[in-house]
Design a binder for this molecule. Structure first.
Ligand code: PHB
Length: 395
């Protein structure tokens, strides 16, 4: 009798003292776009996740494993994303959620993670207010205000007196329009016209024709990265805006590194502001690009989506390692607040107050180097906090 009582008590005491490691599997739900017309962006995100797992699985404490449970939201479909998150939380019992390219999907998931207390690490969706929708959200990617606001100031101060604004008609497009317009007009620029385009369109010619007819100095554009950016650039070239002397500017989604080779010479001279460029010459980026090419092919270039999802996995590994695989939601959020990392994009930090990313923004110009189109970094704005939150503080 005595020993029967004694053994479990001893085992429990040893476990509590941390002397014996229990095998722990941390279940992480990944909601990403694996199919549908916008799946190319999802492929980039998936590569970042895979690369981090491959290089760093060995860093997990003995007995601790991370199980990724991947689900396909098929695109900006908030109802699908919500259902998937619900299933991952209640049926699969995930301890963490991550992924999510699209703002509408992130917003539909936010109330669920609050209710269930499941930390949600956003690897892309970039509308500024997303992080205000749940205390269990932390974002490792970017906001459109981070790029478009400083770009507005730069454009007005660098000889672009009028700009025609073209954005996709949903959260990130509306944010980039608002951010650019505010900074640009505050610095003396004039908006020649402003049009919102259907979210999933690949036919940009009618919008670009109207922009051309308005004869602005510049067209400012946000469209989602991947194939839409490629289609936009093709139409910009085909309609001859560049040859008519109109400059193209926008957040770096527009010249996303993996599509740049296919964009061709019309892309040359495009000015963007962004937090990541595959051409960046930081040592951490050189190592990252080399690892990416070794895994996915010498001619492949990692986009910001790869860098951001890779860093998202780094954040997840950090909380898993710190808690030895036993995930407490509130402890996890405390660990994420103030988390710092030497990323391929430069130093990054999760703002402890807002749970949003703080990072460098780079002013870049597309140039042909050694026969290859590249986003060449010209200037660095260090450690930019989301300007939308900064401007709305206390409001
Ligand atoms: C978003 O939905 O927030 C989003 C999508 C694609 C991008 C950037 C932001 O390239």
């Amino acid at each position: 009798m005595r020993t029967r009582v004694f053994i479990p008590a001893l085992a429990a005491a040893l476990l509590l003292s941390g002397a014996v490691a229990l095998a722990e599997t941390v279940k992480v739900g990944v909601i990403n776009t694996y199919s549908g017309p916008l799946a190319a962006a999802g492929e980039q995100m998936d590569r970042g996740i895979k690369l981090y797992m491959k290089l760093h699985e060995k860093d997990l404490p003995p007995g601790v494993t991370i199980e990724l449970i991947k689900r396909d939201d098929t695109g900006p479909n908030p109802e699908v994303a919500k259902r998937l998150a619900q299933e991952l939380i209640t049926r699969d019992k995930v301890q963490l959620l991550t992924g999510v390219i699209w703002t509408p999907n992130a917003l539909s998931i936010a109330p669920l993670v609050t209710e269930a207390k499941v930390p949600f690490i956003i690897m892309n969706a970039g509308t500024a207010m997303i992080t205000t929708k749940s205390p269990y959200i932390a974002r490792v990617s970017f906001t459109l205000w981070q790029s478009s606001y400083p770009l507005g100031t730069w454009a007005a101060k660098n000889g672009m007196k009028s700009a025609y604004v073209l954005v996709s008609d949903f959260g990130p497009g509306i944010d980039s329009e608002a951010a650019f317009t505010k900074a640009y007009t505050d610095a003396g620029g004039t908006i020649a016209g402003s049009v919102r385009m259907p979210v999933a369109t690949l036919d940009f010619a009618p919008f670009l024709q109207r922009a051309k007819d308005a004869k602005p100095d510049a067209v400012f554009c946000f469209v989602p990265a991947a194939k839409q950016a490629l289609a936009f650039m093709k139409a910009f070239g085909d309609l001859g805006l560049g040859t008519a002397g109109i400059k193209l500017i926008g957040p770096g989604d527009l010249t996303t590194d993996e599509e740049l080779p296919g964009m061709g010479d019309p892309a040359i001279g495009t000015i963007t502001m962004h937090h990541y460029s595959a051409a960046g010459d930081r040592p951490a980026n050189k190592a990252f690009v080399a690892a990416y090419k070794a895994e996915f092919g010498a001619n492949e270039e990692p986009s910001f989506l790869v860098a951001d999802s890779y860093d998202g996995m780094a954040a997840i590994f950090n909380v898993v390692i710190a808690q030895k695989g036993v995930i407490d939601p509130d402890k996890t959020m405390e660990l994420l607040k103030g988390w710092k990392y030497n990323s391929a994009r430069g130093p990054i930090m999760i703002d402890p107050e807002t749970r949003d990313i703080v990072q460098n923004e780079y002013l870049r110009r597309v140039e042909k180097v050694g026969g290859q189109l590249r986003n060449i970094e010209l200037e660095t704005i260090p450690m930019v906090k989301d300007p939308w939150k900064e401007l709305n503080k206390g409001k």
